[in-house]
Ligand binder design. Structure first.
Ligand code: FE2
Length: 382
């Protein structure tokens, strides 16, 4: 049986931010605005507050996390949202800010001390309790957090990064305004865009893929492969920014329903070990994992190659041409082909491979992965 979840409302367009009140009004009188540093510095938070105020919606600002959200930051946000008796959450920022906003909305009605509530949800699982409605306003095209029911938190005390998920945690609405993306610098555009592209490709061939999710994955792959390099070179190109943003959203919808694969299983331990941003780690790993998957995913990769116009239907080298395309895209955006310069040495491989095996993403990989399989993929990155 297939079961799919989607986002009820999507609003896309230049200056869509000024129509946020249309989405926010039905959600009640007080919104918690979870915003990143840039959204505050660039005046976006003030613009939103004014728009909401004119529509009769009061708002309280909750500062987003400086990096990945931690347990303590989410607990702090929960305290602030409860103190203001919020009726909704609006998260404006990159994936980390959205994850924190989603966590506050998801855990708002969980009874108990906020610190314990967040910890219990992260290490056991979120209770099946109603969530506050929330709106996602992404400002980077990458994680697809706006489309998923997953929140990823870090726990510095334990040195862990952990995800939690709940079917009640999908956003009520997503607002995509291409103008919010133009300040992302090229290296951020490259890394986050490659995260989205990896998610599109992995979800297309994952064991959980269905014809419905594959339609999303294919279109995400097409939009991202055509627009990412333009957004990288010319951040002011609003068409490219819109297409990367919509591609990222579609990839998020695909992955939340179909799951991912070995790239994401390896990207977390690799990213933590070498201090590499998630999207950059995905980009480096992607061609290597695709080669490992070729014997079972050739057809899926060939479909994507045809969807983005790389090859004609029936070309026997179609799957390889997609891998070549990814390697060239990485090179054009200054992303290395291996982890050597990041500090990887053969002695690290056993531990990194072992850390990837329990991941849900690794288990969704189209080709089953043993310890020695993961080790041989990593050996290719030396
Ligand atoms: Fe990712």
């Amino acid at each position: 049986m297939w079961f799919h979840s989607f986002i009820p409302k999507l609003q896309v367009g230049e200056d869509a931010l000024d129509t946020l009140d249309r989405l926010a009004c039905p959600l009640g009188p007080v919104a918690a605005l979870v915003v990143g540093r840039h959204a505050i510095a660039d005046g976006i938070a003030d613009r939103v507050r004014k728009n909401l105020q004119e529509a009769g919606v009061a708002s309280v600002i909750i500062q987003g996390p400086p990096g990945e959200p931690t347990l303590a930051e989410c607990a702090r946000g929960l305290v602030e949202a409860r103190a203001a008796s919020c009726s909704s959450v609006i998260a404006i920022g990159g994936g980390s800010v959205l994850d924190m906003g989603k966590c506050i909305a998801g855990l708002y009605y969980h009874t108990g001390d906020p610190g314990s509530v967040v910890e219990e949800a992260l290490y056991q699982s979120p209770r099946d309790v109603q969530a506050l409605p929330w709106i996602a306003v992404p400002t980077t095209a990458g994680t697809g957090s706006e489309a998923t029911h997953v929140s990823v938190l870090s726990d510095p005390d334990r040195g862990l990064k952990q995800s939690m998920r709940c079917d009640r945690w999908y956003a009520q609405a997503v607002l995509i305004d291409p103008k919010l993306y133009v300040t992302a610098p090229p290296h951020v555009t490259a890394a986050s865009g490659m995260d989205a592209l990896t998610q599109a490709i992995e979800s297309h061939v994952s064991v959980g893929a269905t014809p419905v999710t594959q339609a999303l994955s294919r279109e995400a792959t097409r939009l991202l492969s055509e627009s990412l390099i333009t957004a990288y070179h010319n951040g002011q190109d609003l068409t490219a920014r819109r297409d990367t943003a919509v591609g990222s959203f579609l990839a998020g919808l695909a992955l939340t329903n179909a799951r991912l694969g070995l790239v994401h299983g390896l990207a977390h331990p690799v990213g933590i070990r070498y201090g590499i941003p998630h999207g950059r780690a995905c980009a480096i790993l992607l061609p290597h994992v695709m080669r490992f998957n070729l014997e079972v995913a050739r057809q899926g990769y060939a479909e994507l190659a045809a969807a983005i116009g790389l090859t004609d239907e029936g070309d026997p080298r179609a799957a390889e041409s997609l891998i070549d395309f990814i390697e060239q895209l990485n090179e054009k955006m200054g992303i290395p082909a291996n982890l050597r310069d990041a500090g990887m040495i053969p002695e690290h491989i056993t531990e990194l491979a072992a850390a990837a095996l329990p991941s849900g993403s690794t288990r969704a990989n189209p080709r089953s992965v043993s310890q020695s399989d993961a080790e041989s993929v990593l050996a290719g990155l030396l």
